[in-house]
Write a protein that binds this ligand. Structure first.
Ligand code: SF4
Length: 393
């Protein structure tokens, strides 16, 4: 921590955060009331300072990233979430479904240094259970060395329904076909009120948490997320985090928390909503780090945050920038102005300029390359990232 505790508490008292620095210093769990106070306070800088102290305690000066690719294998979807600009029905303009052969080709032509493929998509029952086994086999046969992280909870829920088999049996078959871990998305925000309003067809909070528990107990790691900036209240955001924290106490299956800022562009029902401001995005990262004391990592997902905000988030609670990414469609369809990918060298510049050391990780946070002591590949990526462009996100 940069400031002594009494100075931090004096500042906290002026911004509705009294007692929180003391709890953070003592590594004491924050309450839902503390969570709400953090969302209501105007002192985002103080939250960032506290979260940075926690992040440094947990991870030192390391900032993680990975070299990954995205395969969004179909945008066919029957869930009709109001916030989603990615979904299409078959035959609609822009609708597509990749065949297993196309998934194979996408992996074969991908960056040979990629250690992970992130595969998520829409929900379309007519694809059939075997399709999912086939695209996993295609990915693994194209790149046997790659870690396949695939299927949000919503997709897994549908796959289990299509398989008509118990969850552990389905997970056995998916693992056999090539699945290595899951991204854990699809939670949105756990409020039943918001679900009824914006995504009534999507699985309930209880269904999501129960499925995540089953997946963790089976042995797969996942991440966890919160989509914020729609119509949820601050109390509903805190409740979402509380429920994630309680499940993590039981399973320890979440590796990373990823706060996801809602992008309203191209979503007709919600395009009147403002995009969460940079300050709100940084607050969400900091609160995630402070409140989710049992989740090891907090990710600044640069595709959604914007590059400039993601870099700043490394100093406000985040320890991971996600990856180089290529061909991401879900958030770019919703209006994200970020580039489709960054090079390793560009990511290194962002990390080094934020005062951290880049470490390339695998999906399960195994260290693949530590650039602390110099490496010929460090800063080899050509021009600096275009921060001005990303400021519009
Ligand atoms: S968010 Fe996912 S489940 Fe909802 S409509 Fe979009 S693709 Fe379908």
């Amino acid at each position: 921590m940069q400031l002594p505790l009494d100075a931090l508490e004096a500042r906290a008292a002026r911004s509705g955060l009294a007692g929180i620095p003391t709890k953070v210093f003592a590594q004491e769990r924050l309450s839902p009331a503390d969570g709400l106070a953090m969302y209501q306070s105007d002192d985002v800088a103080l939250l960032g300072m506290l979260a940075h102290g926690v992040r440094r305690r947990m991870h030192g000066d390391v900032a993680y990233y990975n070299v990954n690719i995205h395969v969004n294998y179909t945008n066919w979807c029957n869930q009709f979430c109001d916030f989603c600009a990615f979904q299409r029905r078959p035959g609609e303009d822009g609708a597509y479904r990749m065949s297993p052969e196309q998934v194979y080709d996408a992996l074969q032509s991908a960056n040979p240094e990629a250690s992970e493929v992130h595969m998520v998509a829409g929900v379309w029952p007519a694809l059939g259970y075997d399709y999912f086994l086939e695209i996993l086999r295609a990915a693994k046969s194209a790149r046997p060395d790659i870690h396949v992280k695939a299927f949000t909870m919503v997709e897994i829920d549908e796959i289990v329904r299509l398989a008509k088999k118990p969850l552990p049996e389905v997970l056995d078959e998916l693992r056999e076909a090539g699945l290595d871990s899951m991204p854990g998305g699809g939670a949105e925000v756990f409020s039943e009120r918001v679900r009824q309003e914006l995504y009534p067809r999507k699985m309930s909070a209880e269904g999501w948490l129960e499925l995540a528990q089953g997946i963790h107990e089976y042995g797969f790691k996942t991440n966890c997320t919160m989509l914020y900036g729609m119509t949820e209240t601050l109390e509903e955001r805190v409740d979402h985090l509380r429920r994630l924290r309680e499940l993590q106490d039981r399973t320890n299956g979440f590796q990373t928390y990823i706060p996801l800022a809602f992008h309203p562009d191209n979503t007709p029902a919600l395009s009147h909503l403002p995009i969460p401001s940079p300050s709100e995005r940084l607050r969400s990262v900091a609160i995630g780090r402070l409140f989710l004391d049992n989740v090891p990592h907090v990710k600044a997902y640069w595709i959604m945050l914007g590059i400039a905000v993601a870099q700043t988030a490394l100093q406000m609670g985040a320890d991971d920038l996600d990856g180089t990414v290529s061909q991401e469609k879900v958030y770019h369809d919703a209006g994200a102005q970020t580039p489709q990918q960054m090079t390793r060298g560009q990511i290194h510049r962002l990390i080094r300029d934020s005062g951290h050391v880049p470490v390339e990780r695998g999906t399960l946070y195994e260290v693949r390359r530590d650039f602390r002591d110099g490496d010929p590949a460090d800063l080899d990526g050509g021009p600096r990232p275009d921060l001005a462009q990303s400021l519009t996100v």
